[in-house]
Structure formats: structure tokens, C-alpha cells
Design a protein. Structure first.
Ligand code: FAD
Length: 474
């Protein structure tokens, strides 16, 4: 006999998670006419999104056109598939490349997100197509999303932890049990509430980089000794509950390590600003034991991280003063905290890291010849605009060692963001978007594409969840 549930709250669309994906979904669902409620387990909104660099990618944008950068959806598609080792869900990638310009424009024109006046080329992208939110932080995007959510009258219930789904007799998701008054440090706090979703639940609970027990099931190298760039709350319970009701997953062992991370600071830190934005584009990575390069610094994250891990010890990212000046980035904070170190000669740099000095001089000479000739014979690194010879002191350096950064794998979804079960059928009433889903990035995500993904698929999930009319739950 089924017990009759008394619901504490009722709404059309429940959104779980208040990062880029969840807030995009909430805004679109509301604009499509639904009543929406956002649930967030933490005291603060924004998830990992708020601590991100705010880098978003899109092709054929006005900012590219103003700089005479030739790009196309097709080229972006090829770049994504190459980095993803062709494991990607081609339909989802097509949607991403087709809609990322629109989502980027939406963030500028509708949300009024301010962006820096620059376009960067990150590893694995064939051209410069990455835009950075003001202050180089995802907080600039989240702030505007929260303003819009408030303007639209969408409540965000913070400290309310999603526990489990409520299903009807046909297996359709019709609500959830949440812990109201949840305290991250004391999970027993608060009380359970029952919330009814008249249309759908959209799961936007993010990735699981901080969930050591869960991540080592899929990659046994990622023990607790392996640091992460994520917030500690990036855990898998939303995904696990979905799996409990039959949801399928894809690419779960594709867990990305950030090759630009520095072992001399906790979490994401400030080093990646130097390594990703300056060293990889205009400098070199050196194995300190032999004083030589070993990789195309503009290769994608998987290639770089795998190379670093196979070398087996931290390597040194170096860039000269000319590169730092050209990049336009301020590395003052990283210098002040001793994450990036300045050296007034190559000899001193070599001595500090115990590198064979002669080998380092030879490496720099070969690299400079390549830059002058416009081809890197050794590792085929693209010599991009602004790349100069490594010659102008001070010479800056930072240690590099990968940290767990992004989980490409996740729930299997349709093009409308409906969650699929292991038999390939849609789980009615359940949508997902953002890092909790899998398929878009395949084996490895390109830099700046998570934000594009969250905006594109968050919006799709919101619109469909609000408008899908099957009549079975009304
Ligand atoms: C340091 C850092 C820098 C990054 N920089 C970039 C960048 O510049 N460009 C880029 O494209 N990508 C970047 N990324 C990746 C990108 O930020 C993330 O993939 C993206 O923000 C994920 O957004 P999301 O909405 O899916 O999840 P999140 O932003 O993580 O939000 C998920 C939310 O769900 C909540 N939640 C989880 N479980 C529950 C539950 N049981 N009940 C209630 N709430 C729950 C969480 O508390 C969280 O607030 C970066 C990541 C990190 C860690």
C-alpha cells in the first residue's frame, strides 16, 4: 500500500544547485512561465562556478571579428572532438558549438555580465576564442545571474540539501526530500521537508572532484593525496541518487587534472593565472632534472597532465618579462605570495631549481630559434601572435603539478537535457545540466568550455522542463 505524502512545498520546477547551470536553468524556466524554486545545500550560492576564472568560449563572436580572428563552429567542433578523443556525444557537441555564441551574447545583453576587453587562446583551441569575465572570476557572472533571479522573483532556498527523489507509480520524478537547515559541518542538523515538482526537477549539482571515495572508483590514481582545485562540497550525492533510480552515466573515468596547478599553494590558488594565461601561451615548461622541454605547452589539458605525471615530479613553467608585459596580466599577487618567483638571470633560475644550466641555455636557444622562424620544430607548439623570444629579464618561474579539476563524466542526457536510464529511456520529470552531466567533453574538456556548457545546457533544461507538456503530473 502506498502512503500518501503531505508536501511542505509545491512548485512547477525544482532546480537543485545554484552554479552557472542551475541559475541559467532557473531563469529560463521562469521566463517560460513556470514557478521555480532553487535549492542549494551551502550557506552561499554559486558552487564551484563562483570561484572559477570566468573564462567562456564561443566561435564567430563580435569580439573575435573586431580583432580579425577567423573562427567557425566547425573548427570549434573539431577542436572539442580532438581533445575529447572522439568519445564525445556528437549531438551534444553540435548543440554546444551552435549555441555558445548565443549564450555568450545572452550573458552580455540579458544578464549584463561585464567581460575584459581581450580574447585568449588556451590549449587545444585552434584560435583565440576565450573571453574572461571582469576581475577574472566567475563571481562576475554569478552576481549578475543572482540579480536576474531576484528580479524575476525566484526564491533560492539555501542550506537545503537534496536527499532523494520521490517517484510516482510509473517511475516519474514528482518531487524530492530535502534537508532544510542543513549544515555542511553537521549533516544531522535541520529537518526533512517534502517538495512537489509539478513539472520537473533539474539537477545541476556540479561535479565530484572533491568526492575522494566516489572518484577513486573510476580512477584509482586519484586518492586523497591528489589535491583538487574544487571546493570541498563538490560531491556526488545528486548523481548517486539519480543512479539509484536507474539513471545511466557516461565517461565516468574521464576525470580532468589541471596541468597549470602549483603544488606550493592549496586549491586552485593564483598560480594558474601565470601558467595558463602566460607560460603556456608565450613561455616554456621545463623538466628540471634535464633542463629541457618535453611537450607542446599549448596542448590540451589531458596531454599536459599525462606528460607531467609520467615525468613523475613537478616541472617548471617559465616566461620572460616580455611575455608577462605582452599578456597584460598582473602577476603581482603571485609574486607577493612567492608562488611565482622572479630571477634576474637564467643562471640564477637554473641554480634555484637545481637544473643543468648548460642544458637550459640550449633549450632556450632552440626555442628562440623556433619563435623567430615561426615554427617549433621540437614539439609543434603553435607560435601565436605576441609570442616573443625568451630573452628579457626578469625571468619568472613557477612549479607545476596537476590537481583534480573537472569531472567530464556524468549523467547521460538527451539533447533536451532529459536524463536517460540504463535502457535508453527518458526518466520522466528529471533533467540535468552542467558538470553533473557527461558526454559533451568526452575524454578531456577544453579550457573555458565548462561555462559555455553550463549556460547553453542550463538554458535548454530550463526551457524544456517548463514547457514539456505530457500532462501526467498536473
Ligand atoms: C577553480 C576553478 C576554476 C575554473 N575556471 C573555469 C573557467 O574559467 N572556465 C570554465 O569554463 N570552467 C572553469 N572551471 C570549471 C567550471 O567552473 C565548472 O565546471 C562549472 O562552474 C560547474 O558549474 P555547475 O553549475 O555545473 O556546478 P557548480 O557551480 O559546482 O554548482 C553546483 C551547486 O550544487 C550544489 N549542490 C550539490 N549537491 C547538492 C545537494 N545534494 N543539495 C543541494 N545543493 C547541492 C553545490 O553546493 C553547488 O553550489 C573552473 C573550476 C574550478 C574549480
Amino acid at each position: 500500500m502506498r502512503t500518501l505524502i503531505t508536501y511542505d512545498i509545491e512548485t512547477d520546477v525544482i532546480v537543485i544547485g545554484s552554479g552557472f547551470a542551475g541559475l541559467s536553468a532557473a531563469i529560463e524556466a521562469k521566463n517560460a512561465g513556470a514557478d521555480v524554486l532553487v535549492f542549494e545545500k551551502m550557506k552561499a550560492v554559486g558552487g564551484n562556478s563562483i570561484i572559477s576564472d570566468g573564462g567562456i568560449a564561443a566561435p564567430e563572436t563580435n569580439m573575435q571579428k573586431a580583432r580579425f580572428i577567423t573562427d567557425s563552429k566547425e573548427l570549434m567542433y573539431k577542436d572539442i572532438m580532438a581533445s575529447g578523443l572522439d568519445m564525445n556525444d556528437k549531438d551534444l557537441v553540435r548543440i554546444l558549438v551552435d549555441q555558445s555564441k548565443e549564450a555568450f551574447d545572452w550573458s552580455i545583453n540579458y544578464l549584463e555580465v561585464p567581460y575584459l576587453d581581450r580574447v585568449d587562446q588556451f590549449g587545444g583551441h585552434s584560435v583565440a576564442r576565450c573571453y574572461t569575465a571582469f576581475n577574472t572570476t566567475g563571481a562576475s557572472i554569478i552576481k549578475k545571474q543572482v540579480e536576474k533571479v531576484t528580479e524575476l522573483g525566484i526564491p533560492i532556498k539555501k542550506q537545503t540539501y537534496f536527499k532523494t527523489f520521490i517517484l510516482d507509480a510509473a517511475g516519474k520524478v514528482i518531487g524530492g526530500i530535502f534537508r532544510e537547515g542543513y549544515d555542511y559541518k553537521d549533516a544531522q542538523k535541520g529537518k526533512d521537508i517534502y517538495v512537489k515538482s509539478n513539472k520537473a526537477i533539474i539537477l545541476a549539482t556540479g561535479g565530484f572532484s572533491s568526492d575522494v571515495a566516489f572518484r577513486i572508483k573510476y580512477d584509482s590514481r586519484l586518492t586523497k593525496q591528489m589535491e583538487t582545485t574544487n571546493k570541498p562540497f563538490a560531491t556526488a550525492e545528486g548523481m548517486i541518487e539519480s543512479m539509484r533510480i536507474g539513471a545511466d552515466t557516461v565517461d565516468m573515468n574521464a576525470i580532468q587534472l589541471g596541468p597549470w596547478a602549483c603544488p606550493d599553494e592549496k586549491g586552485y590558488g593564483i598560480g594558474p593565472m601565470f601558467s595558463e594565461y602566460i607560460v603556456f601561451q608565450y613561455g616554456m615548461i621545463i623538466d628540471p632534472e634535464i633542463g629541457e622541454r618535453f611537450v607542446n605547452e599549448l596542448a590540451d589539458r589531458k596531454v599536459l597532465s599525462d606528460e607531467l605525471l609520467s615525468i613523475g615530479h613537478p616541472c617548471i613553467g617559465i616566461a620572460d618579462a616580455g611575455a608577462v608585459e605582452y599578456s597584460g596580466w598582473d602577476i603581482g599577487k603571485a609574486l607577493k605570495r612567492g608562488i611565482v618567483l622572479p630571477f634576474d638571470s637564467i643562471e640564477k633560475l637554473a641554480e634555484h631549481y637545481n637544473m643543468p644550466e648548460e642544458a637550459l641555455h640550449k633549450t632556450i636557444k632552440t626555442y628562440n630559434e623556433g619563435v623567430t622562424q615561426g615554427t617549433d620544430q621540437a614539439y609543434s607548439k603553435p607560435i601565436i601572435e605576441g609570442a616573443g623570444v625568451f630573452a628579457k629579464p626578469p625571468f619568472y618561474a613557477m612549479r607545476l603539478w596537476p590537481k583534480v579539476h573537472h569531472t567530464m563524466g556524468g549523467l547521460k542526457i538527451t539533447s533536451d537535457c532529459e536524463v536517460l536510464d540504463t535502457t535508453g529511456k527518458v526518466i520522466e520529470g528529471l533533467y540535468a545540466a552542467g558538470e553533473v552531466t557527461g558526454g559533451v567533453h568526452g575524454a578531456s574538456r577544453l579550457g573555458s568550455l565548462a561555462i559555455s556548457e553550463c549556460l547553453v545546457f542550463g538554458r535548454i533544461a530550463g526551457r524544456h522542463a517548463a514547457t514539456k507538456a505530457d500532462g501526467s503530473n498536473t
